[in-house]
Design a protein around this ligand. Structure first.
Ligand code: GLU
Length: 515
């Protein structure tokens, strides 16, 4: 078998959709698994849809995900250029070959004339309104015009396209590695445009020529391209390349979280999650859409999550780093049916990878975040303590800094429900006694703080359950949160006793003002 060569072939028409990232990952995994080559090809033949910055965005995404191509634009390789807009002459030559062999033809029809043809067919009750083996006979093309007329039209500057002469009454069969045998009848297909009136190749033509010339062995792409595959198969035949035709693997659709239809930008917006891997600023509107990276996803988590969208490794294991993804990946285990995009699951992966990140690294990030975004000075030591405090509770790293604000600022607002329910003479006395006991200590660890609290409550015969939540509210303002005794350890006994004293004044005010 020849060496595996796969390509990721996005069109730079905007931000790379998360589904495209999955396609790139699957291509990469297969290439690496097979000891093959992963190639990036930019499919920019449609100049009307070209968006500045999209190519750079694609490359940055691949690099962030750790799936760098070995051949591609600006990387090089033996089969360049890897940008279709730089391959015009190749497409022209190949189109000419098809025309010379009678497999493609010039068509001079205006859009109006094509509309009229459709109207006519419609009123005659014809269901298939395609430009095809039947209707082409009634149109203005090199199959109906004489050689001289064709020459005249071309030389006279009449705009034209080149169409593929779709074979009549042909059954097209091909084997898809995911879907099995696919059978399509040529009567359902039209004479697709291969070369547009601006002289540029269409996606279909350029895609097939490039896959052949770049020696692509496997075309792994989204299911939305499955309907195009029969035409591609016929193009391979038309060029007499069928012996080297790549294998196809069409990946299952990524569905909305509720499984109702394809995941779209709108659906993602509505459900409140990104559709782009990195922040994407639309150059037209200037609007920036948040990416997974900026939301706080690690690339490991995103790659792990996306790999499992349609690929089932078998067994219970869900956590795979890139290396183990490569080791375990196989096309046979890609499913046919659509796969739901479960954002909660994505967050679960992120949490997992976050918990497994070196706390020192997280603490460094945190101290920087606090300095840059909150003008707060935080030692690395304190940073590590904060990380430990919240690690089980956060999904994204930037949550540490916001969650830790009460460490740096005494609370101004207090949970009124807790005060209403629990603040009374008894709990006030109990809290004050605990505060006084703390005030004389220079430091205390979590266990000792807990023992002291229990002992204090026992000595005054107060049920600790009546006081504990008030203690928390007095320290952090809120009625729930991470390990309270650890917080006492971090803030230290003197600060805690001050917070309690300060809070009790507020509690008294609140109780009289509100209830
Ligand atoms: N340029 C197509 C896209 O944007 C590529 C389809 C293919 O991989 O053949 O998705």
């Amino acid at each position: 078998m020849s060496k595996v060569r796969v390509r990721f072939a996005p069109s730079p028409t905007g931000g790379l959709h998360i589904g495209g990232v999955r396609t790139a990952i699957f291509n990469y995994l297969y290439a690496k698994k097979m000891g093959g080559t992963f190639i990036l090809r930019i499919e920019d033949t449609d100049q009307t849809r070209f968006v500045a910055g999209a190519e750079a965005y694609i490359k940055e995404t691949l690099s962030w995900c750790g799936i760098d191509p070995e051949e591609g634009p600006d990387i090089g390789g033996s089969y360049g250029s890897y940008r279709q807009s730089e391959r015009k002459s190749i497409y022209k030559e190949h189109t000419q070959q098809l025309i010379d062999e009678g497999k493609a033809y010039y068509a001079f029809d205006t859009p109006d004339e094509i509309d009229q043809m459709r109207e006519k067919l419609k009123s005659a009750g014809v269901l298939n309104l395609n430009y095809n083996s039947a209707s082409r006979k009634t149109m203005k093309n090199s199959l109906t015009l004489s050689k001289e007329e064709v020459k005249e039209q071309i030389e006279g500057g009449t705009p034209y396209v080149v169409r593929f002469k779709m074979p009549d009454k042909r059954e097209i069969r091909f084997h898809d590695l995911v879907r099995g045998w696919v059978l399509v009848h040529s009567s359902t297909l039209d004479d697709k445009v291969l070369l547009k009136s601006d002289g540029l190749a269409t996606y279909h033509l350029a895609n097939v020529i490039d896959d052949h010339l770049m020696k692509i062995t496997h075309v792994i792409r989204g299911e939305e391209w499955l309907p195009s595959a029969p035409l591609h198969v016929l193009l391979y035949e038309a060029f007499n390349w069928e012996a080297e035709m790549p294998d196809f693997a069409h990946l299952p659709l990524i569905m909305k979280p509720d499984g109702n239809g394809k995941l779209s930008k709108r659906a993602a917006d509505k459900a409140g999650f990104p559709i782009f891997p990195l922040n994407w600023t639309d150059p037209g509107s200037g609007e920036t859409l948040q990416g997974f990276r900026e939301m706080g996803f690690s690339s490991n988590a995103l790659v792990n999550f996306l790999s499992l969208l349609g690929w089932n490794p078998g067994g219970d294991q869900e956590i795979f780093d890139l290396k183990s993804l490569i080791a375990n990946f196989s096309i046979e285990r890609i499913g046919k049916s659509g796969t739901k995009f479960d954002f909660d699951k994505a967050k679960w992966f992120n949490q997992h990878y976050l918990k497994n990140t070196n706390p020192e690294v997280l603490a460094l990030e945190l101290t920087k975040d606090l300095r840059d975004n909150y003008s707060l000075d935080c030692s690395l030591e304190l940073g590590k303590q904060i990380i430990g405090l919240f690690i089980q509770r956060v999904t994204f790293p930037q949550e540490f800094a916001s969650a830790a604000q009460f460490i740096f600022h005494r609370p101004q607002l207090f949970d009124q429900k807790v005060i209403q329910k629990k603040w009374n003479e008894e709990s006030k006395m109990a809290l004050n006694i605990y505060a006084n006991k703390l005030a004389v200590l220079s430091e205390i660890n979590g266990d000792k703080a807990q023992d002291l609290f229990q002992a204090t409550m026992a000595s005054i015969q107060v049920n600790p359950g009546k006081v504990l939540q008030l203690l928390r509210v007095s320290i952090m303002g809120e009625g729930s949160g991470p390990d309270l005794m650890k917080i006492i350890e971090i803030l230290g006994p003197v600060e805690i006793s001050k917070r309690i004293q300060n809070a009790t004044v507020h509690f008294d005010h609140l109780k009289t003002a509100l209830f």
